[in-house]
Design a protein around this ligand. Sequence first.
Ligand code: KG4
Ligand code: ZN
Length: 332
Amino acid sequence: MPTILAIESSCDDTSAAIIKNGKILANITATQKVHEKWGGVVPELASRAHQQNIVVTVEAALKTAGVVKSELDAIAFTRGPGLAGALLVGMSFAKGMALALNKPLIAVHHMRAHVMANFIGKEVVFPHLCLTVSGGHTQLVRVDDFDQMEVIGETIDDAAGEAFDKTAKLLGLPYPGGPAMDQLAKSGNPKAFPFAEPQLAGLSFSFSGFKTSVLYFLQKATKSDPLFIEKNKADLCASIQHQIVAMLLKKTEAAIRSNEVKALTLAGGVSANSELRERFTQLGEKYQLPVFIPAFEYCTDNAAMIAMAAHHQYLKGEFATQQVEILPRWDL
Ligand code: KG4
Ligand code: ZN
């Protein structure tokens, strides 16, 4: 059974993990603070920060796991999708290390890895339905096996994480807005402000119209009362969050009805959202389906999920060569 070092650098988190015999021994993440003041991830700054963080992050992961480099059987990295410059840092580092240690490389798909986060310390049955909600993706994935995943529904515009971040920005919350909105929503009334819900056929999601309706609502309300947002922040957060979660659950429910699945899983950064976790669990109860949600540390970007995916690729002998290139855009 292999010992693998995995590196994640697709966006603004530099992360390294060690997996041994399918068990995560370390998962170390350096979160980049440099983007906060710009209100979003600045790709050039992300690449530079990855360069600065990657050596110490990998060393910390090895030290935490109590593993020395010579014990590694493979080096895994995120090949895509993600920011090109950021992916290049992780891949180049992995290539260099694989070359120096004469070990194989494993190229991992970031969104598949998010789905695989559900297998950390758990046995999930197949086939299951995974709602993958991150800053860049919103997908309903039918998972038939570790390497058999099919997107059966996705967003036609913004991702759910973007919906959180963009509406949070309108409320003056710091980036990324999702966690801040989640926190403030806890003391607000989710029914205070009903926002328009898009009517979309099938299993497609749409969030950009929702974001615009929040914008227009706030423009109108602050015209008559400039302090409207300040006075109603918790209620606004609760109402926006409630609506985003409702949109996610509506399509998930439609997917349950049209697919024979044995379990439900959540994945991606937005799966850290407390209301989504709670209502997703209730949805499973309604359909008598077991629900699996990753532990918080495996929801947002992390290398443990890359390591989990890499473990299964290793068992199948799926290795990459030194000629492998990044894929900033890569379908599931
Ligand atoms: O998976 P992830 O870490 O990075 C991507 O691959 O995109 O997801 C980041 C997204 C951000 O949009 C962030 O606001 C959102 O996940 N997020 C949350 C929460 N924690 C992170 N959204 C809502 N509630 C949260 N608690
Ligand atoms: Zn992600």
